[in-house]
Design a protein around this ligand. Structure first.
Ligand SMILES: [Zn+2]
Length: 1005
């Protein structure tokens, strides 16, 4: 037989695009269009509906970047169309690709009823059956494609802020017509797309492929290209036998879950996400009115809260579908946050605020974590999830790994404490599936558990303002339920998938430790001010809760629960996976910096008021210790008079350098202001590697191949400049809190002022960098080359730490050339180590440095500042103050203590006298992470502790206030089976596993 395959395939492709798709709408008649251009930011719906409209012609430009135009569409339905489905087709002038990165609209009736959205691939508006006239209003947002090409070009652009964007219109209104929808043509289109797509995925040796080819050819013979509508049914009849063949017994099983990944801010500001959510959910509820069978999963309690506040008319429709169980809140968190950088208690609150919102608003107990797009996953998460009542975890981001293919798609993920959680990576490798044959075939081929497990999840729907699932996707799902050659597709809710997949695969493989994303390593560093605001506010929240609780218990002061919740939610929102990582446009980061600052002021007010209440009136000068460790004679979580801090630091000259000596450390600073020697006088050893200096500033070229704000590529290390030249070096003798050396360096257009401080009585060197930073595409590092033989480094994560190799033996080790740490990173050999702590830095690298002919030392570097050009061309420009410390002779316990201390400076207060802490913990391995009043307003005190060193520990926890009962609770403060605590007079004895988190609820007596 002659091979006509390619001819038939080309015949089908042309018929689909040029004959059949255009025939879905017939009889097109023009619609009367009028418009009103909102003068500034978006207006309330009522204002848009009641605005003063002027005639507007198709073919006219509209919409400067970020502006809003309201269109009014009026027309009549011709009498001969009675009884047929009638739709208005509105093309705002978008491309039929790059969905989610262009103009969008939300359609309302004149009465303010939401209808559905207009998106690049969903341009239709249904005219109610039987209507003879219609009137619609469309709130159209002129959102620019900031990155270009739907996010692939990474050219610096002024479009990312309304303050810098040009004012010329971006779009031309392309079409506004009323038409008949030819349903049989639409069905034929779906038939041929599904069969044609499946055909392309089958092997050439598979007879089914040829069966489909012959069938398609015959169907196209039956279709009259000049009367598509009149002959569509005839063509479909030819295809019917092909759909009758059932799927093969071994076919992969797919749970298709309606979804739209809507980034809470990214290439648009927060306010636009509010509208993106409204548009997408309006589409979903409209689709649910017509298609009874599909479920839609939406994450992020924040997005539901926005809908309730700003678009209550859409929210009511959503609420009704939630009650039916079809619109499914998922994810359990306030937003889809980053998980690398979010602090311990904040990671807890993501789940607490998320789960409590879903339970209170909708009566829904979410049981899964849904973070498809965050940039790697902390090994603390399994325990946090489990303690929040989460059973299942979903992501697909690790499929983006640049170097190593992750071995599993369904597995148990084991965290640092040993907790395991059922985890699924959809093998379809996207969270925006169209349910195309190509995607489904990829999911089946890619699924790593083949032969042992049978189910995978496919999230389908356009994200980010593309509008979510479409009726075309549902047509595909219907046809793929049981079709020879295809995976079997079932429309499921996430819970249906997880329970099915869990039962299907009882004996799962285990992955232990972090889910490191081998990409986007620059997100630990980009937009340093956003990160600093987050870190500072997280610690202020700790202080505000601690002191407000202390004030409530000690003085009966009212607990500002509502204000604290609002401030927490604000900080949690800004931990979204494109805000805290620094990958958003300028507008987002400009607002984030302002918001973090507002939160800081409000928290400082709360802390001040609480401390005023607990310290009382008086003239005793005291220090507040908000850290979980005793400090300078002031107990942890208490207020007291500090002890004197040791002998003054001796300063002397040594040739052209300076020597600083506090009796514990002796530093030598050369004429360039470089700390070229750190001698540990207690252990009598030189700490630095030969030829290095402590805190050496190094400037790298930083030009990633793509994803500028996201990525640091390994080749950044090829080009480096050590900043050892000083413009000035000023030595300040010890005037009370240690001696300092102030070093001013200039590089390029930037000025870097480094203050090196040797305090009294401590084995710690403090560094403060004030940067007037004007470099572009550069990465500034601070380096500590230490003479310590360490095969691995320890880095703080939430409620513990992870170890990572310092060598590059395997491709997995090598790929971790830039890593995330919270407040400290530690390298050590038995009996001796060095910690580097920081106040706002997350990016680090740790390498082995050969000295003395190959004997390895260890170099720890902080990634202080970047300056990517996309998506924010001004990212990181300007003023920064960054603090970090080198802690000499440190064990991990010292690193934990100094990490808290670096971030919780002692506050000076004056009052009547010392304030006893609410509780004391005997063993310093047990760390108090949070002290607060209970979420339920009962007045119970909730204390969150964890074992911080990775060992087993038994410790007393004693309280300094009357306690009637003690209950172990989960993160939502619900009782757990007592396991860790034994009650004793005035306190409890707790026994903790390595890295165990323990929350205690203390009912006041
Ligand atoms: Zn995302």
């Amino acid at each position: 037989m002659h091979d006509q395959r390619e001819v038939t395939e080309a015949r089908l492709a042309r018929a689909l695009t040029q004959r059949i798709a255009p025939a879905v709408h017939s009889g097109a008649l023009p619609v009367e269009v009028a418009a009103w251009h909102a003068p500034g930011e978006p207006v309330p719906v009522a204002d848009g509906l009641g605005a003063d409209y002027a005639p507007f012609a198709v073919g006219t430009p509209w919409g400067p970047p970020w502006s809003t135009t309201w269109f009014r569409l009026r027309g009549q339905v011709p009498a001969p169309w009675a009884g047929r489905p009638v739709e208005v087709v509105l093309d705002l002038g978008t491309r039929a690709r790059d969905v989610g990165f262009q103009a969008e609209g939300l359609v309302y009736t004149a009465a303010g009823e939401p209808v559905k959205a207009i998106n690049p691939l969903s341009t239709w508006i249904p005219v109610p059956a039987g209507a003879t006239t219609f009137e619609f209003f469309v709130e159209a947002a002129s959102n620019p494609d900031v990155l270009g090409g739907g996010g692939a070009a990474f050219e610096p652009s002024p479009l990312g802020d309304v303050l810098t964007a040009p004012r010329d219109p971006l779009y031309v209104l392309a079409r506004a017509e009323v038409c008949v929808r030819e349903t049989e043509v639409a069905e034929l289109l779906a038939d041929l797309e599904v069969l044609g797509g499946l055909m392309q995925e089958l092997p050439l040796e598979d007879a089914r492929r040829w069966e489909l080819l012959r069938g398609v050819d015959s169907a196209l013979d039956a279709l009259d290209p000049h009367d598509v509508a009149g002959t569509a049914a005839r063509a479909r009849a030819v295809l019917a036998p092909l759909f009758a063949a059932p799927a093969r017994a071994s076919a992969h099983r797919v749970s298709a879950v309606g979804h739209a990944h809507i980034d809470s801010a990214w290439l648009w500001p927060l306010r636009e996400t509010v509208r993106k959510v409204a548009r997408t959910t309006a589409n979903v509820t409209q689709l649910m009115d017509v298609h009874p069978s599909f479920s839609y999963a939406m994450s992020s309690a924040q997005q539901f809260a926005w809908l309730a506040e700003h678009r209550p008319e859409v929210h009511e429709k959503v609420r009704a579908r939630i009650a039916e169980g079809r619109f499914v809140p998922v994810g359990s968190t306030w937003v889809e946050s980053d998980t690398n950088m979010v602090g311990s208690e904040a990671m807890v609150r993501q789940f607490v605020e998320g789960k409590e919102f879903f339970a209170r608003e909708y009566g829904v107990d979410t049981q899964e974590a849904w973070l498809p797009d965050s940039f790697g996953y902390s090994a603390a998460l399994p325990q946090i999830m489990k303690l929040a009542g989460v059973r299942w975890f979903l992501t697909q981001k690790i499929s983006w790994n640049a170097d190593n293919r992750f071995p599993h798609h369904t597995f148990d993920w084991e965290g640092i404490d040993g907790t395991r959680i059922f985890t699924h990576f959809p093998p379809v490798d996207t969270y925006n599936s169209e349910l195309s044959a190509k995607e489904l075939a990829h999911a089946a081929r890619n699924f790593a558990e083949k032969g042992r497990a049978h189910w995978s999840l496919v999230p389908f729907g356009w994200g980010d303002g593309g509008g979510g699932p479409t009726r075309e996707m549902l047509q595909r799902a219907d046809r793929l339920a049981d079709l020879d050659g295809s995976p079997r597709v079932s429309l499921h809710s996430p819970r249906e998938f997880f329970t099915t997949a869990e039962a299907d695969y009882p004996d799962r493989p285990v992955w232990s430790g972090e889910l490191y994303l081998e990409l986007h390593r620059g997100t630990y560093t980009s937009q340093a001010r956003t990160k600093q605001g987050n870190r500072r506010d997280e610690h202020l929240l700790r202080e505000a809760e601690l002191w407000a609780t202390t004030a409530a218990v000690r003085t009966g002061a009212p607990y500002p629960a509502a204000r604290l919740q609002e401030l927490w939610r604000t900080v949690l929102l800004h931990q979204f996976h494109d805000i805290l990582p620094g990958s958003s446009i300028a507008w987002v980061h400009r607002e984030a910096e302002q918001t973090h600052e507002r939160v800081r002021h409000e928290l400082e007010d709360l802390i001040r008021a609480a401390l005023d209440a607990v310290t009382g009136d008086g003239t005793t000068d005291m220090v507040v210790n908000s850290t979980p460790h005793d400090r300078g004679g002031v107990p942890a979580l208490g207020v007291g008079v500090p002890e004197s801090t040791g002998a003054p630091v001796q300063v002397s000259t040594d040739g052209d350098g300076t020597v600083l000596d506090n009796g514990i450390l002796r530093l030598r600073v050369d004429a360039g202001g470089n700390v070229v020697s750190v001698r540990d006088l207690v252990e009598d050893r030189e700490v630095l590697l030969p030829g290095t200096s402590a805190g050496l500033l190094q400037l790298h070229r930083d030009t990633p191949n793509r994803w500028d704000a996201w990525d640091v590529d390994a080749h950044y290390r090829h080009v480096v400049r050590d900043l050892t030249e000083a413009e000035s070096v000023v030595v300040n003798p010890d005037s009370g809190d240690g001696a300092t050396v102030v070093v001013v360096r200039r590089v390029g257009a930037s000025t870097l002022t480094q203050v090196v401080r040797l305090p009294r009585g401590e084995s710690r060197i403090g560094f403060t960098l004030q940067a007037d930073w004007h470099e572009r595409e550069a990465l500034l590092k601070a380096s500590f080359g230490v003479d310590v033989h360490a095969d691995r480094s320890a880095a703080e994560i939430q409620f513990g730490h992870v170890f990572r190799a310092t060598h590059e033996n395997t491709s997995w080790d090598a790929s971790r050339f830039e890593v995330c740490a919270h407040r400290w990173i530690h390298v050590g050999e038995p009996g001796y180590g060095v910690a580097v702590t920081n106040s706002a830095t997350y990016g680090h690298d740790v390498t082995r440095s050969a000295v003395d002919g190959g004997r390895p030392g260890t170099t720890v570097r902080l990634s202080l500042l970047r300056a990517p050009l996309s998506p924010d061309p001004e990212a990181d420009q300007g003023h920064h103050v960054l603090a970090y410390s080198m802690v000499v002779g440190a064990q991990i316990a010292d690193a934990v203590r100094e990490g808290y201390r670096e971030n919780l400076g002692g506050r000076d207060v004056r009052g009547a006298g010392p304030v006893e802490p609410l509780l004391r913990v005997e063993d310093p391995a047990v760390v108090v992470e949070a002290v607060k009043l209970a979420q339920d307003g009962s007045g119970d005190v909730v204390v969150r502790l964890y074992e911080s060193l990775g060992g087993r520990v038994r410790s007393r926890v004693d309280w300094g206030f009357p306690v009637a009962s003690v209950t172990e609770v989960d993160l939502l403060e619900r009782p757990l089976e007592q396991g860790a605590t034994t009650v004793r007079a005035g306190g409890v004895s707790v026994a903790l596993r390595p890295f165990q988190i323990l929350s205690l609820r203390l009912a006041r007596g």
